[in-house]
Design a protein around this ligand. Sequence first.
Ligand code: FPP
Length: 250
Amino acid sequence: MPVAASNPLPRHVAITMDGNGRWAKTRGLTRIAGHKAGLAPVRMCISECGSRGIGALTLFAFSSENWGRPAEEVGSLMSLFVESLERELAELHAKNVRMRFIGERRNLPVRLQARIAAAEERTADNSGLQLQVAVSYGGRWDIIQAAQSLARECSSGALRPEEITEERFAGALALAHVPDADLVIRTGGEQRISNFLLWNLAYAELYFTAKLWPDFAMADFEDALTFFANRERRFGQTSAQRSAASGHAS
Ligand code: FPP
């Protein structure tokens, strides 16, 4: 299928990196070895987004529900996040990447909280790729924390309930600083949202692949972008309306 020139790059790509455990199992390795192998496609996606001019990338690294995994795996994942930040931060900063973490960070080990704060501070003035890492994140958690913060403003008298518009609500969510996700990629064969960015993917194109995350290569990322470029995004309107609005023949 040809790439539709009228529908170019997504502004924001969000990825559920699934399949590390199965990748490891088929090789007789530990699950954490699978998570470590998942760092290579993380680097590839950051680099590809940067070089292609995709403005924002959000990676689902650890969900609210992942706390229920065996303690050893949770502990190893937390250590992996700390070590990755220590090792990669200088290069990410040199690449002008702005890093943010989204999720309930009070639940994270203190040493990880400190690394996150340092990474966010160091890259705060960077103007390149906006990289969000979702850790201890759930879409429902995000909506609840936004509702609570707006409710606090209402009860203090700073806000009236009827002033809560979609824009204001979106502004209270963890991803207030980036456009909604245009393209969601999920590896590992499951076709579910699994409590990822519920609000922010209202109009996202969903791309599912059976590839396990550690096997997700540059060509696979390219396939996802081609899929996106060939989608007709109507945002609830008709084809004819969208064509007229964009000045293209349908
Ligand atoms: C899901 O695969 C993957 C995770 C819960 C961890 C993802 C984390 C990484 C790839 C490391 C990324 C690190 C940074 C700093 C961004 P799974 O374990 O559910 O796989 P399975 O479905 O095969 O069991």
